[in-house]
Each structure stands twice: as structure tokens, then as C-alpha cells.
Design a protein around this ligand. Structure first.
Ligand SMILES: [Zn+2]
Ligand SMILES: [Zn+2]
Length: 178
């Protein structure tokens, strides 16, 4: 079975990590393994934006790519940005094996109060599923309840499901059986 590794970058709740691995295993039929925590690379910090550049974090975590990894997914608690878009919670390049999800903006709701633990977990599950979907070659889906729908805001993330729509599920089965 293909292995996907999750690397916590900075302080990520260990409960979230142990909960998320079996959920992702069920969806993707890959084996998910958690790597030891690595520090947030200081060189990724942009002092004017007070955020971390995702592409630099991704390059950094690539150094920790295990030899048998199909994919490597970083999860970080710091706020991240990418030059191409300020709205993204996460980042991945199609045809790459490394992706990153930041939990920082998944904490917020309009008024920025802390969401319930379970809602926070569901959001992380949705965004990690979404990023692994991209690594597998999925593009964004126009069905706003599909996990591959692009989240323009946290409300979009809350509205979509943690799983693929019927059409994307068919594609996933084809990929898995090929
Ligand atoms: Zn996306
Ligand atoms: Zn879909």
C-alpha cells in the first residue's frame, strides 16, 4: 500500500494528527504515517506581511521526504501566504509530491472567535483531503459540496463535505484501480 507521510511544521495539536490519519486512510486507501515535528523555517517569514511563504516551507519539508513516500503533506499552525493568492489556506503543485496546509486561518470565523474543536477538525480534514486530491491530479470541482471545491472563504470550507462528490469519487476509483 502506498505511503503518505504527514509532517507537522511547528506546533500542531497531536490529537488532530492522530485523528486525521485514519480518516484520510479511509478516504484514499493509502497508509498515512506521522513524522516527527520539524521547526518552521525562519527564512520563510515575511516581516512585512507577518506570514510565512508556503513555497519556502514546501521546499524545506522536501528535505524530510522519506524514500518510500508517495506524497508528503505538511501541516502547520503558522499563517501562510503565496504570492499568487492571499486567499489560499493551503498549497500544492500539481505533479508534485509535497503539499502544505495551514490551520491558522481555519481557526477563524467571521468574528474570529475560536471554532468548536470538532468544526476545526472537520475544516482541517477537508483542506488536507483537498490538497491530497490535488497531488493525485484533481482540479477544482464546481460542486460546492465537494471537497475539491475551491474555498473562497471559511464559509465555503464549512459548507463543503469532507468527501468527494459522486463525479470526483468515480475519478478517484479510476485512479485507485489503475
Ligand atoms: Zn485547491
Ligand atoms: Zn467533485
Amino acid at each position: 500500500m502506498s505511503k503518505v507521510y504527514i509532517v507537522p511544521v511547528g506546533h500542531v495539536d497531536s490529537e488532530v494528527l492522530t485523528r486525521i490519519a485514519p480518516c484520510l486512510e479511509e478516504r484514499f486507501l493509502f497508509q498515512f504515517k506521522i513524522l516527527p515535528v520539524i521547526p518552521v523555517p525562519a527564512q520563510a517569514f515575511n516581516s512585512s506581511k507577518k506570514k510565512y511563504l508556503t513555497s519556502i516551507i514546501c521546499e524545506n519539508i522536501r528535505d524530510y521526504l522519506p524514500f518510500d513516500a508517495k506524497y508528503l503533506l505538511g501541516i502547520t499552525d503558522v499563517d501562510t501566504f503565496e504570492d499568487s493568492s492571499s486567499l489560499l489556506y493551503n498549497f500544492s503543485n500539481p505533479e508534485d509530491v509535497v503539499a502544505l496546509v495551514s490551520t491558522q486561518r481555519l481557526l477563524f470565523r467571521g468574528s474570529r472567535e475560536f471554532p468548536e474543536k470538532d468544526i476545526f477538525f472537520q475544516r482541517i480534514l477537508k483542506e488536507t483531503t483537498h490538497e491530497i486530491g490535488h497531488l493525485m491530479g484533481f482540479r477544482h470541482c464546481f460542486n460546492n459540496s465537494c471537497v475539491m471545491y475551491f474555498s473562497y472563504s471559511i464559509n465555503d470550507t464549512d459548507k463543503k463535505e469532507t468527501f468527494f462528490c459522486h463525479e470526483c469519487e468515480k475519478k478517484l476509483n479510476l485512479i485507485q484501480n489503475s
